[in-house]
Design a protein around this ligand. Structure first.
Ligand code: NAD
Length: 260
């Protein structure tokens, strides 16, 4: 098969959590540009403009307000996607809360749980009913979990050590290994993407502090942060048959930041 055909997602149906803005929005656009219909969900930002943009490409799309930390909201959404778009082939498990940057001894138990729930547990809550659907359908599928380079390294931008965020993202990276092995017999491939710093609403507040910005830039071998659209190629590669023999991999995309 021509290699470019391996990237074709015509006839596929995808779900992107947190697809209204930031990296999730870019993921949704990438999947739609490659031919997929895309359902978007999110908690706060309205994803209707992104869904409208996708419909203008000739794909089917809709946005639903869903809090991914609540299974009681996820399961009806999954049913709605299957009802309206027919099936689910691809999940981009993207939605998560950002870092708060406290030193560990000041983190309350409630905040610790909030990070585990808002970053790691939510990805399990979303993947479970979608995997059940994929297993029942018997056609396999693809799951992409958004982790971070902070799964592998602790941020050294004091006082923003971000330990709860890092631990939760490490959990996501290892959950990807577990999901990949558990669901491989059902032809479900599960991979992660571990981006470095890409300014979005979750992260751009950091750049308002020139000292932090300069220290973060000094840690970038390429001398720059990532750009939003740079996530699209990685998403399409992992979502498509171009990565058909890959599962359980966390793809680092960080301009070399973890090399130093
Ligand atoms: N931007 C970066 O530098 C960077 C780096 C590494 C990893 N990531 C990861 O990439 C993903 C996207 O980040 P982003 O930078 O685009 O952030 P963002 O804040 O711009 O977008 C996150 C989206 O997820 C939604 N969301 C958050 N919690 C939710 C919940 N409980 N239920 C439903 N929707 C929820 C938000 O409403 C928002 O639409 C996250 O998992 C993040 O941890 C980002």
């Amino acid at each position: 098969m021509n290699v470019l055909k391996q990237f074709d997602l015509s006839g596929k149906v995808a779900v992107v959590t947190g697809g209204a803005r930031g990296l999730g929005r870019q993921a949704a656009l990438a999947l739609a540009e490659a031919g997929a219909d895309v359902a978007i969900c999110g908690r706060s930002t309205d994803g209707t403009p992104t869904a409208t943009e996708i419909e203008a490409m000739g794909r089917r799309s809709f946005f639903a307000k869903v809090d991914v930390t609540k299974s009681a909201e996820i399961e009806p959404f999954v049913e709605e996607v299957i009802g309206r778009l027919g099936k689910i082939d691809i999940l981009v498990n993207n939605a998560a809360i950002g870092t708060r940057g406290q030193s560990l001894e000041t983190v309350s138990d409630a905040e610790w749980h909030e990070f585990m729930d808002g970053i790691m547990n939510c990805m399990f809550y979303v993947a479970k009913p979608i995997a059940r659907h994929m297993i029942a359908r018997g056609e396999g599928g693809v799951i992409i979990n958004m982790t971070s380079i902070n799964a592998f390294i602790i941020s050294n931008i004091a006082p923003r050590y971000n330990v709860p965020y890092c631990v939760a993202k490490a959990g996501v990276a290892h959950m990807t290994h577990g999901m990949a092995t558990n669901w491989a017999p059902h032809k479900i491939r599960v991979n992660g993407i571990a981006p470095g710093f890409i300014p979005t609403e979750i992260s751009s507040a950091l750049l308002q502090n020139p000292d932090i910005m300069n220290r973060m830039l000094a840690g970038q071998p390429m001398g720059r942060f990532g750009q939003l659209e740079e996530i699209k190629g990685a998403i399409l590669f992992l979502a498509s048959d171009a990565s058909s023999y890959m599962t359980g991999h966390n793809l680092v995309m960080d301009g070399g930041a973890t090399l130093w």
